[in-house]
Ligand binder design. Sequence first.
Ligand code: ATP
Ligand code: MG
Length: 393
Amino acid sequence: MSESQKVLIVDDEPRNLRIILETLDGFAEAKVASSGEEALKVVDEFLPDLVLLDIMMPGIDGYEVCKKIKSHPGLNLTKVILVSGKAMLNERLKGYEAGADDYMTKPFAPEELHAKAKVFLRLARVEKELEELNQSLEKKVEERTQQLLEAESKLINSAKMAALGEMAGGIAHEVNTPLGTIGLLGDQIEELVTEDPIDRTTIIGMTQGISETVRRITSIVQGLRTFSRDASNDRFDSIAIKRIIDDTLTLCQEKIKYGNIRMQIGNIPPDLVLSCRPVQISQVLVNVINNACDAILPLSERWIKIDAEKKDNFIELSVTDSGSGISEEVRNKIFQPFFTTKEIGKGTGLGLSISQGILKAHHGTLDIDPNCRNTRFVLRFLSNLEVSLQKSA
Ligand SMILES: Nc1ncnc2c1ncn2[C@@H]1O[C@H](COP(=O)(O)OP(=O)(O)OP(=O)(O)O)[C@@H](O)[C@H]1O
Ligand SMILES: [Mg+2]
């Protein structure tokens, strides 16, 4: 077991070197050095597990060699036993200060040196094994963390895809209706241009109608494209909250119409600006609005109100629905990943946990307002986020 371990013996007396070599006979691979200088040259290549080191030597003495070995990056587990005729307490202490692991006084009993060398070689081996184990554990933890991060990003993607799937039907309708309008206007223009005289005013009105409808489709497609991409590395941007809300509502329009839900937008000042990753905030709002639509669908009174205001150091963006709040039992769980009360296939239960993660990355919070008699979700942002982000950069 100890064959592969290495011992370096350092002494300027050839007789001592010989005695120690004989003592260690066979149980470790041994090398000798007859001066401190030579020892320091040898250790670089030899990388001993144990050094038996004389103190009194011409040139670099044992204390110095010991210090150098102990500060050598490749020898942090190497054990050093000082072997010397110096036996005074303060000399032994000086040796320990230099980093020595033990001390042997000359003349020594060969059996004791043999036994000590064995103990320290075993210690060196165990420490080495521990270090290797530690490294492999660290590597494993790193690999696992990486796997978890990948799994998390896959989950986020699948939750987003589920939301997209849910919206797809509605959006197809959102796009189809204006496309029908464009087709109709096109047909009418085709007919009008064959008439004599040509009614330019009507035709111009119709082409304007086409342009407007195209703009509407473009904004829906744009919103969809934005929603479906990963925005976690986007830069922070200053954007009017009103604009984020409008863009988000384009995506939820059909679900709101289908549920016959009255949508109210509060009196949001157009200059209320948020420093954020707009796409991510829109993703949070889509989640919260979709949840609200689902929750109030069975109710006879169906409305959702979106509001935003500045309060001291915060900007609050809230989505309130006509539901009558969420029971404490459910409230304690809704931000947990995979918690859902929806049927299988209807919800992944990831919407709110992902949304909360997004708010956290914005140094903000997402909470339920426990004091509201309806169901009210509140997104809170630091109003001077830009300043604090600059400070922490
Ligand atoms: N406005 C709300 N009113 C009542 N319950 C709600 C409301 N919003 C969320 N919940 C509850 O919180 C649960 C978790 O919501 P979350 O958005 O995390 O997942 P989900 O909507 O079930 O699934 P997903 O968002 O992945 O489609 C919902 O299943 C629902 O029970
Ligand atoms: Mg949801």
